[in-house]
Design a protein around this ligand. Structure first.
Ligand code: HEM
Length: 519
């Protein structure tokens, strides 16, 4: 049955009109009628000049939850249907690989956890997941707090000087500082310093992002690799980072050897709670190349994603003062003037909804990439082995039929006393961290990291778009960036004096204890 869609596709490329194509036999082996995936046409020129997921959204409205898109000789399936997404990511996940993604990221992540497939992935996932146990995540709260506190000091200085701040780059530095410590106990200290290594990380990241949106793989052309100044800069940056990672692995190995080690499920070294330390202590028997690939993968996976979430959250908050007021009131009543702790994570419910909703409107990354390893059925459509598939999380999260007021930033859409929304309880209409066996392993880490950062920032400051700030528009690499930054005016909060209203006067006359909500 698999040749039919291919045949139809080939005929279509030769310009056979649609009407005739429908006469190409579409009978399956049992004589049943097989459906052919709708083919999107036109609109391809629209792909240029705007982030690619926007025209894909418009095509989704026209062609529905699955359609085919041709790019010269290449063809892609675009999936925006929750049931099909669930089938690919979860129910039949074994039949799909990372495809193009693995090819693009190979130069930086090698066979790290994100691009890896098959046996390499299975073994490494099993080794790495236990490192992010509860005690580790709890220990990370202190790290989130101290890094965010350093950011607050910077903002405090800017507020004093009356200087506007570009928040996107500060968030990027905040999350780089966090992930370096969390994964391999390295202090980038990028909020304070502009060292070569920070620059190298950005060079490599930009390259990975550019490669993921570039139609022609110029970096593969042998001569180009050697003479292009840009490619030379990329390989120098990679060398620098790899050398540092090798040193960190060696240092950590020595620490582990000197330790009186008793390895158990929730093992953690208090001085160095990093994932690297856990892996080496667990006796992780990997060539340092595989270990390095995994460290590099987590560095990248956990850096720009969290930074993008913070950037878009503050942008959204600046447009919805009502949400900001509610957020600040929750933070004031839960935290008062103190730092957040692990116990606060379940109390900061509205703060969590703000992050959930920000991730709905700005999913990071906006599409998931897969390739079919065998023939399969997607809904009622047969597909063949070797199809490149984009699951548009953007479309799932913006679908006007599924969400009430889909474009509105409305954290209230999920009740505070209900469960935190995730792909399971939202039936794959909402998948901020993917789903199935390849789901993000840093989901809890990232949620707590962004909740802590948002809570601490709005606890101390008010944020407004700066007067004369450039318009906030989207551009993509792996995550959604702004085109020209997020320029904000940051002011220290002056908490209003509490003037009791009639209601509270009545209440206090009956009940004299301090009321949390009045703090
Ligand atoms: C995978 C999102 C933070 C490590 C994924 C996937 C998504 C995602 C959607 C699935 C990709 C796919 O199916 O193709 C996010 C978001 C984050 C975040 C939105 C921040 C808000 C982190 C952090 C870490 C991390 C902090 C590391 C500590 C990983 C790894 C994978 C992954 C290793 C690959 C898992 C596998 O294939 O087995 N992430 N992530 N992520 N993420 Fe995250």
């Amino acid at each position: 049955s698999g040749y039919l869609p291919k045949l139809r596709n080939a005929l279509e490329k030769f310009g056979v009109p649609e009407l005739l194509l429908n006469f190409v036999s579409t009978k399956g082996k049992g004589g049943e009628t097989l459906k052919i995936i709708p083919q999107a046409r036109g609109a391809l020129s629209a792909l240029r000049g705007q982030p690619f997921f926007i025209p894909l959204y418009n095509l989704f409205l026209t062609y529905g939850g699955i359609f085919r898109l041709n790019f010269g000789p290449k063809s892609f399936l675009i999936v925006s249907d929750p049931a099909i997404a669930k089938h690919i990511l979860k129910d039949n996940s074994k039949a799909y690989s990372k495809g193009i993604l693995a090819e693009i990221l190979e130069f930086v992540m090698g066979t790290g956890l994100i691009p890896a497939d098959g046996e390499v992935w299975r073994v490494r996932r099993r080794a790495v997941v236990p490192a992010l146990h509860q005690k580790y995540v709890a220990a990370m709260i202190g790290l989130f707090v101290s890094a965010t506190d350093r950011l607050c000091k910077k903002l405090d200085a800017a507020a004093s000087d009356g200087e506007d701040v570009e928040m996107e780059s500060l968030f990027s530095r905040l999350t780089l500082d966090v992930i370096g410590k969390a994964v391999f106990n390295y202090d980038f200290d990028s909020l304070e310093n502009d060292t070569g290594i920070v620059d190298a990380v950005y060079t490599v990241l930009r390259e990975a992002e550019d490669r993921s949106v570039s139609p022609i793989p110029v970096w593969n052309i042998p001569v180009w690799k050697d003479i292009s100044p840009r490619q030379r800069k990329v390989s120098e940056a990679l060398n620098l980072i790899n050398n540092i990672l090798d040193d960190l692995i060696a240092i950590c190995k020595r620490m582990v050897e000197e330790e009186e080690l008793q390895f158990h499920e929730e093992y953690m070294n208090e001085q160095d709670p990093s994932i690297l330390h856990f892996l080496l202590a667990s006796g992780d028997d990997v060539s340092s190349k595989q270990l390095r690939d995994d460290l590099m993968t987590m560095l990248i996976a956990g850096h720009e994603t969290s930074a993008a979430v913070l950037t878009w959250t503050f942008f959204l908050l600046s447009k919805e003062p009502g949400v900001m007021a509610k957020l600040q009131s929750e933070v004031d009543s839960v935290l008062g003037d103190r730092f957040p702790t692990i116990e606060d994570m379940k109390k900061l419910k509205y703060t969590t909804r703000v992050i959930n909703e920000s991730l709905r409107l700005y999913p990071q990354p906006p599409v998931l990439i897969r390739r079919s390893l065998q023939d399969d059925m997607l809904g009622e459509y047969p597909i063949t082995r070797g199809e490149d598939i984009f699951i548009s999380v953007w479309n799932l999260h913006h679908c006007p039929n599924h969400w009430i007021d889909a474009e509105k930033f409305n954290p209230e859409r999920w009740p505070l006393d209900g469960p935190n929304p995730n792909e399971s309880n939202q039936n794959f209409s909402y998948l901020p961290f993917g789903g199935g066996p390849r789901k993000c392993l840093g989901d809890m880490f990232a949620t707590f990291e962004t909740v802590v950062a948002v809570a601490m920032l709005v606890q101390r400051f008010d944020f407004q778009m700066a007067i004369g700030a450039p318009p906030v528009e989207m551009t993509t690499g792996a995550t959604i960036h702004t085109t020209e930054g997020l320029l904000m005016t940051v002011t220290r909060r002056t908490k209003p004096p509490i003037i009791p209203t009639l209601e509270t006067k009545l209440a206090t006359s009956v009940k004299v204890e301090a009321d949390d909500s009045l703090k």
